[in-house]
Each structure stands twice: as C-alpha cells, then as structure tokens.
Ligand binder design. Structure first.
Ligand code: NDP
Ligand code: MG
Length: 385
C-alpha cells in the first residue's frame, strides 16, 4: 500500500489521480490533499478518501472547511505553511504535484528534502528551479517521475537506455486550437476560442498555454532538466492527432516512441506505480480509424511561445522563471478578459527584455524575479489605461 499526498487534488490532474486511487484501493491510499479554494470538492474528497491532512491555500476557505468536516479526524491546514506541511508529513511516500503554477516551488523542494518521491505534473516549478531541484533529487536519491504525457513518453522510451546514446528528444505537440492560423487571425481570438482544445480536456491555464505554444516551451525546459540533454537536442514537431506522445532518437538513428489515446490517466498511473504497469480501463488506439499520423513544422513566427522558451533557456539562470512568471500573469489577465491573445507574447517578451539574468538563482532570487515580473506587467498595463 503506497501512501500518497496530492497538491491540487481538485483540479484536472488531481481528480484523475483520485480516480486511479479509487480503482486501486488495495495499492494506494491518500494521506494528504491540498487545493486552492474549492471547499465543496475538497470536503467530498475528504469524506471519500479519509486523508489525515488537508490544506487550503485560502485562509477563509480553510476555516469554513474546518467547520464542515469537524465530524472527521482530518487536520485542516492553510496557506504556504499548510502546503509545505502536507507535502512533508512523515506518513506520505509520494507527492503528486498537480497544483498549477510556480506556487508549487517551495512545497516541492521541501518534499524532496523530506525524502518523498515526486510524481511531477506541476511543470512550472521545474522550469523555474530545475538547477536547484535536479541536484537535490540526486542527493536525496528519490524517484522523480514525470506526469506530463510527453515526458512520461520520453521516460518510457528511454527505458534502460544509456544516457550517452541519446541523439535527440522529439517532443510532439498537437498545435492547439489555433494551429494553422496567422498572427492576424490570432489577434481576435477570445478566451472561449482559446479554451477549446481539440484533443485534451485540462485546466484553464494549461489549455491557454497549449493555444499559445507556451506549454510546449515550458515542456522544452522541463525536458532539458528531466533528461539532462542540451537545448539543441530537443526538437518540437506538430502532430495533430496526439497519438505519439513523444519520441527519443538514439545515436544509431533508432527511434523509440510511446503511443496511446490522449488520456492523462496513463502517465499519472505509470508514475504512481513505476516500475510496475497496471491495467487501465478505456479505449485503445484505433489505428484504422486514425488512418494517418501526420507531422508539421511548428510556426515559430506566429506562435512565439516556443522560440521565447528557447531564448529563456539560452539565457539561463533566472530567465526561465521570468518567462514562466510573465506567462502566468499574462494568462490570468487573458482569462479575466483584460488583455488580448497576442498580448500574452508581448508581456513575456517585454518581461524577459527588461530582466537582468541572475545566474544560479536561489529560491529567494526566483521569488524576487517573479515579483519583479509581476510588477513590470502591472506597471505596463497601468500606463496603457
Ligand atoms: P487545474 O486548474 O485543473 O487544477 C489546479 C489545481 O491546483 C486545483 O486543485 C487548484 O485548487 C489548485 N491550486 C491552484 N492554486 C493553488 C494554491 N495557491 N494553493 C493550493 N492549491 C492551488 O490544473 P491542471 O490539473 O490542468 O494542471 C495542474 C498542473 O499539471 C499544471 O502545472 C499543468 O501544467 C500540469 N499538467 C496538466 C495536464 C492536464 O491534462 N490537465 C497535463 C500535463 C501537465 P482549486 O480547485 O481549489 O482552485
Ligand atoms: Mg504535456
């Protein structure tokens, strides 16, 4: 029986993780849950899964939840201290980081320090602090398993391969809802348009990131840290059917790929049970119905989310944090319908242009770079009004 904690249990990845727990009651049990402010769903999860700890980011929500579940033995925590406590309690063996955004940074680092295995969905954390996290993972000897479908595919494709036999990593991207559109056409796209992803049902932030290709940019940086390759060894190709989840080419030109239907349960379950494989209900790939698997070059002139990520990676240090922080802020403004779609790119590029890189930044430097980026965006938007 593996005891797990889930940061972001009320979200898309969090609820799918709980589906897997529900289907494997003899193998998995939930010891800690955490969410932002969704009291009702967290209450229902507490009643069903009986964790010992639960945390809400929002203090008022935590107080309300404490009253609602007073008839259960669960301990309710709140704020950053609460997120860190649920990530490090002695009882949990593995933490599923399914929280959205770089708010996951400190809890993830503390969980690794406490020796917890990590199933990582929260890519923003690795993007901003890969240089701190990966050495810590090595030092503590914990398992650090990707949940992101592309990275799970690469991890599965690498199997027992020797690291120096990797020629390149081929990250696939669906291209999102705006594939094939020009910059002119992108300008008028609304929140509703951008939230209509062709293949995957996910949280709002990552769905917008998929439309801008910032998600693929974050994934390039995520792959850089997870697999220890150079930026030049990471190639992105558009594969609209989302059947090949990613591939690895070796020095002898042999290619290993992992294929499947677009269903996050497989990479989540793979991380939870690694190195075992377990049965998973659902549809298998129907190659005859799919007919063709197609590939395209990404349009880097229009979808600037991707080239900006490569620039951030080349600049190094605190720049990937600025790329990510500017995007987080810009996406929340876009979701509030305060800025247009193309302004997301403008704000990321502007934030990066203004930032002076700090090499090998500490957690405090990273949080300061985040704040500096938020201030830059707030001031820029105020000047416009
Ligand atoms: P959702 O928006 O669906 O869920 C986000 C979760 O984080 C919710 O449980 C939310 O709680 C919680 N949360 C948000 N802010 C805080 C906070 N300050 N403190 C505590 N909890 C908080 O996101 P997704 O599940 O789509 O994505 C989660 C992560 O997984 C992201 O990093 C994403 O990039 C990554 N990912 C997601 C995929 C997907 O298919 N969805 C695929 C690959 C990666 P509440 O509900 O209370 O707001
Ligand atoms: Mg992905």
């Amino acid at each position: 029986m593996k005891k797990i904690g889930i940061l972001g249990s009320t979200g898309s990845i969090g609820t799918q993780t709980l589906d897997i727990v529900r289907n494997n009651p003899a193998d998995l049990s939930v010891t800690a849950l955490a969410a932002g402010s969704n009291i009702n769903l967290l209450e229902a999860q507490i009643r069903e899964f009986r964790p010992q700890y639960a945390a809400m980011w929002n203090e008022e929500a935590a107080n309300e939840l404490r009253i609602k579940v007073a008839d259960t033995p669960v301990k309710i925590l709140s704020g950053m201290a609460g997120l860190i406590e649920v990530s490090t309690v002695p009882e949990i063996e593995m933490l599923v980081t399914a929280i959205v955004g770089m708010i996951g940074l400190r809890p993830t680092i503390e969980a690794i320090k406490a020796g917890k295995d990590i199933a990582l969905a929260n890519k923003e954390t690795l993007v901003t602090a890969g240089h701190l996290i990966m050495p810590l993972v090595k030092k503590k000897g914990i398992k650090f398993l990707p949940v992101d479908s592309e990275h799970s595919a690469i991890f599965q494709s690498l199997a027992s391969a020797k690291h120096d036999t990797i020629k390149q990593i081929i990250l696939t991207a669906s291209g999102g809802p705006f594939r094939g559109k020009s910059a002119h056409e992108l300008a008028g796209q609304t929140k509703a348009d951008a939230l209509r992803h062709p293949n995957w049902t996910m949280g709002q932030k990552i769905t917008i990131d998929s439309a801008t290709l910032v998600n693929k940019g974050l994934e390039v940086i995520e792959a850089y840290w997870l697999f220890g390759v150079t930026a030049e060894q990471i190639k992105v190709i558009i594969h609209p059917q989302s059947i090949i989840h990613s591939m690895v080419e070796f020095i002898d030109r042999g290619i290993m790929a992992q294929l499947g239907t677009p269903d996050m349960k497989l990479p989540i379950q793979y991380a939870l049970f690694y190195p075992e494989r377990k049965p998973l209900q659902g549809e298998s790939v129907d190659f005859l119905a799919a007919k063709a698997l197609t590939f395209e070059e990404p349009d880097l002139d229009t979808f600037k989310g991707l080239p900006l990520a490569f620039s951030a990676l080349a600049a190094g240090g605190s720049m990937p944090c600025v790329y990510n922080a500017a995007n987080e802020k810009a996406v929340s403004l876009f979701l509030e319908e305060k800025i247009g779609f193309l302004q997301i790119y403008e704000l990321i590029a502007g934030g990066m242009a203004k930032h002076k890189v700090i090499l090998n930044p500490s957690v405090e430097d990273i949080l300061a770079a985040e704040l500096e980026t938020y201030n830059y965006i707030n001031e820029k938007l105020m000047r416009k009004v």
